[in-house]
Design a protein around this ligand. Sequence first.
Ligand code: SF4
Length: 770
Amino acid sequence: MFSGKKKLGNKLSISKIFGRKEQNPIRIADKNIHQWKYTTCGYCSTGCSIEVGLNEEGKAVASRGNANADVNRGKLCIKGIFEHELFDASGRGDKPLMRKAPYDAWQESGWDSTLDHMGSEIQRIQETYGKDSFAIVSTGQLLTEEFYTLGKLARGCIGSNNYDGNTTLCMASAVSGYKRSFGSDGPPGCYDDFEHTECLMAWGSNLPEQHPIIYWRLKEALEKRKFPVIVIDPRVTMFAQFADIHLAITPGTDLALMNSLMYVILDEGLEDRDYINAHTNGIEEVEACVKDYDPITASKICGISEDSIRQVARLYAKAGSAMSIWTMGINQSTHGSDGVVGINSINLITGNIGKPGGTSLSITGQCNAMGTREWSSCSGLPGYRMLEKPEQRKEIADFWGIDEEFFPKKRGLAQTDIFPAIEAGEIKGLWLVATNPMTSMPNTARIRKILEKLDFLVIQDAYADVETTQYAHMFLPAAVWAEKEGCFTNTERRYNIVRKVQEPKGDSKSDFWIFNELSKRFPNGKKIHFPDTVEGAFNEMRELSNGPGRTLNISGMTHQKIEDSCGIQWPYTTEDAQRDEDAANKADEDLIATGSGAVKVARAVKGAQRLYTTGKFQTPDGKANLIPLPFVNNNEVPCTEFPFWMNSGRVVEHFHTRTRTGKMGNMNKYSPTPYMEMNPDAAADQNIKHGSYVRIVSRRGDAVVMVQLTQRVARNSVFIPFHFHDCVNRVCLGLLDPHSRQPAFKQGSIRIEEVDQTLAAQLNVERRTY
Ligand code: SF4
């Protein structure tokens, strides 16, 4: 019998135990890397600096994390590790295509004739049905300079007010909540806050899976210094498993819990009264509102025991500094914007904004969700300017050289309202840029019918096989990720740069080039200057960002400085840049004076880590708003006919609608099959076996999924990853938040039915083939 430490150290013995005859050490294949090129990961909003390894033929063959980058410090998650594979992933478009109707065959067409036709069709539709009858929906995937250029084209040349981004599906509630509380968008905190906080509360965020490197930063901080981590989520997520306290809240009842936490804090005198008096308005209204949410009452709504509510409120309020993070569990709700305001209010009344370890940090979604918020002009004008403010309309009109009357006086429809407007016949033409509503929008059966009504649908995407292309009249092939250059902004307001690693595939072009070329087809395109280079567009943004009181100030940045620093956080002003330059020169002079022979080298610079450090906000009187938030339960809740809560979310190996991750062998093999987590006891009730297929049915539609039995979900709940086509978004409700217009993807109800196993397996195989 095997025993004793002596034999454990003997490799030969271990080989024998496991039945191996020969030693077979792991070898890492030599990929003959000739050059490493700096760039930034193009998946999530963490913003990891990445290096792509090229072989002698210039082919991308490896990826690795950049060790000098403060964000990821050499680490990458699984998506970043395989990112070089996406250059050769299947389904890329490499030629512009046109057809008269979606049932016709595609015809290849040159760029000139395609863009001529696009320009004339847009103008024909606008002349026939009105300026706003042509809509544009973009994305969080483009580079920031591309967003700025698209905004110039959409607002300055095309002039439709129905222009929005798919960030309405993920970040709109965070934007809306920040604006309502602080007077402006822009996450006030940063990853460094983990190093200082004494209590972290995560609302509807599964950080280890959605943002693995941010989670690693949190773990690093926890290894140095223990502080409590509280996770609020209906599901026992990976994050919940690692938390000190998990509050398994009833779906969609966050506001009741937030109000109750504030009740305890105010009732027990744990608030920061000095901060409230000096820096906020509205405390009386909030105090009056939360009186209805004592822990006993709230516990009956949100399913968290009164003791837990009191314990968490005390823990958070008594911490020297405390921070909250959140993602889609808050944003994708009928009251997502209120949820964000509630989180901000808890932090305001405890004095936890703008100090190290005390913040409200929205963890954003796509790699450049922040870039579109800042510069795309989707909901306003560039640099967080608003259409509703005449002086800001004039400022931009003058800068671009057009008549200010060309701009609408308030923002138009959000993405989620554009589709119903197509349904109602008010919008006749649509241009989708790097977004795939046939998979990403709620109630996809309705979206399918809506797309079929369009006179003219243009898809601009790196992938010709995105599901929405089936309904298109025109396809514009775009370069992907590091086939082009420009900036991304990450969750902590950090600009980082994507450098070009490879040439665009075939005849595909950068989105920047496409926007510039299309602008020439419009009268205002001849008045507005569209710089030929991405850096030229960046310089315009720098200029527009400069000015007194502007938090989004990037005037001190350059592309080169961003790369040298592996990212710079805004604000970073010309004065900051001058100060850093002077300090660097002084250091050089000192070195030379010591006779060390040092030469001037590139130096990393830092921007501002935090916003609102002085307690001055972007509101007219500089004070933050405390807003009362009565909870109205408008969720679709389980009933006899549809007895299960249906929850959806992302898994680590997927990214948006799987246009990339679904094609890459090494990524796709981890989660290739549409599946559903189900509680084993609930499954036993219906005689459902692990690994079998079932049909899920809601009031909207149905879908077929494979069952995975797990205690992660409660007996009356299921969880389904949301990136599979023809899956969970066929059944979800998608009620819209009144402030942000973001859909409630997560709080719906379904029933589970048997399905023919052979047919379901056949369907599964078909769906796995791109
Ligand atoms: S954590 Fe996000 S940014 Fe970092 S490597 Fe993974 S997907 Fe890319």
